[in-house]
Ligand binder design. Structure first.
Ligand code: AMP
Ligand code: TRP
Length: 345
């Protein structure tokens, strides 16, 4: 973290990240995001703030009852994966109004062209952009507000969020420049580890995603042991065995993906994994991977199911987290209003 701390030297290091409650959690979310959130929580001494971004989820249609359930399930997922509400601030975005208040200011700082260049906007809006919600276009300004309303300096995410974080930096730089202040930190993305881009089990060129129509393409955090083993057994591979060095995975996206997953789950580098499994066939490697995935994910899904039995407890944790989050966000928003020239701020 040292280099990053220097770029934002006047700001106390603070970690922020968010996940959308827009469906079940996948192994991609776990390895690319949650597991790394837990590592950062444990590394201390900086504050860690994690958010269920329900307002981002509604940029595309969400059934209200399902959204509520997904938000609570995501909270259970965070806790089951190791986020401790005593060590981290854990809450849902809509409970802290300062996010949307700052997002409006950022809507007026960011330019249309910045938004229209975002690959996620282009992918999600598809051919019929005129019919996409205005929120889907403005999505990255709200994301910048999520981060900057806490003056967060470090944001752990998967590879797919890199462009949004660059835009967050651009918003901070333009705001500081326009108002001639040094108020918002220029945030550092933290995209690290072997599994920052977990790919589909059916197609090594596509990201593993909760919105993929094929359930066989992903491992869900709630899948049972048999389902996990079956999906890995059926995962697409090539006819060659495993190489002993990472170079041997070039142009073999499916093989590389399974090795990356193994490395992420076992907390080893790809090189360390290949030193052990190089020379093996997939018929031998896949059962090893299944066993490891079940060993790591089963306790999490069991704990998630247990927590989901006690909705009141989840809601209590979220309410507590929202209060703590507001304590940080409110003075930063107030100061922003003052800088911008709002009377009565
Ligand atoms: P989302 O589910 O889109 O809200 O993503 C939440 C977090 O999980 C973000 O930090 C994403 O970058 C990360 N993430 C989602 N899918 C993957 C994937 N297939 N591989 C790695 N990280 C992922
Ligand atoms: N856009 C992120 C995603 O889809 C979710 C997100 C919203 C987020 N606000 C954030 C991630 C702030 C990190 C920081 O994955």
């Amino acid at each position: 973290m040292n280099e990053a701390v220097q770029t934002s030297s006047t700001f106390t290091p603070r970690v922020f990240s968010g996940i959308q409650p827009s469906g079940g959690l996948t192994l991609g979310n776990y390895l690319g995001a949650m597991k790394r959130f837990v590592d950062m929580q444990e590394a201390g001494p900086h504050e860690t703030v994690f958010c269920m971004v329900d307002l981002h989820a509604i940029t595309v249609w969400q059934d209200p009852a399902k959204l509520q359930r997904a938000t609570r399930e995501l909270c259970a997922g965070f806790i089951a994966a190791g986020i401790d509400p005593k060590k981290s601030i854990l809450f849902n975005q809509s409970a802290v109004a300062e996010h949307t208040q700052l997002a409006w200011i950022f809507n007026c700082v960011a330019r249309m062209g910045w938004m229209q260049r975002m690959t996620q906007w282009k992918d999600k809006a598809g051919k019929n952009q005129q019919n996409a919600s205005l929120g889907l276009l403005a999505y990255p300004a709200l994301m910048a507000a999520d981060i900057l309303v806490y003056h967060a300096t470090h944001v752990p995410v998967g590879e797919d969020q890199k462009q949004h974080l660059e835009l967050t930096r651009d918003v901070a730089i333009k705001f500081n420049h326009d108002y001639d202040v040094d108020f918002f930190p220029v945030t550092e993305p933290v995209i690290e580890g072997a599994a920052t881009r977990v790919m589909s089990l059916r197609d090594g060129s596509k990201k593993m995603s909760k919105s993929d129509p094929s359930d066989a393409s992903r491992i869900n955090m709630t899948d049972d042991a048999d389902t996990i083993a079956k999906k890995i057994r059926k995962a697409k591979t090539d006819p060659e065995g495993l190489p002993s060095e990472a170079k041997g995975l070039e142009d073999r996206p499916e093989a590389r993906n399974l090795v990356n997953i193994y490395a992420g789950l076992s907390e080893q580098s790809v090189e360390q994994v290949l030193a052990d499994v190089g020379g093996k066939q997939f018929s031998e490697f896949k059962p090893m991977l299944s066993e490891l995935a079940v060993e790591k994910l089963a306790p999490i899904s069991t704990e998630m199911a247990r927590l989901m039995q006690d909705q009141a407890e989840i809601d209590k944790i979220l309410a507590l987290g929202a209060g703590q989050a507001r304590e940080i966000a409110a003075p930063i928003l107030k100061k922003t209003y003052e800088i911008v020239g709002m009377v009565g701020a």
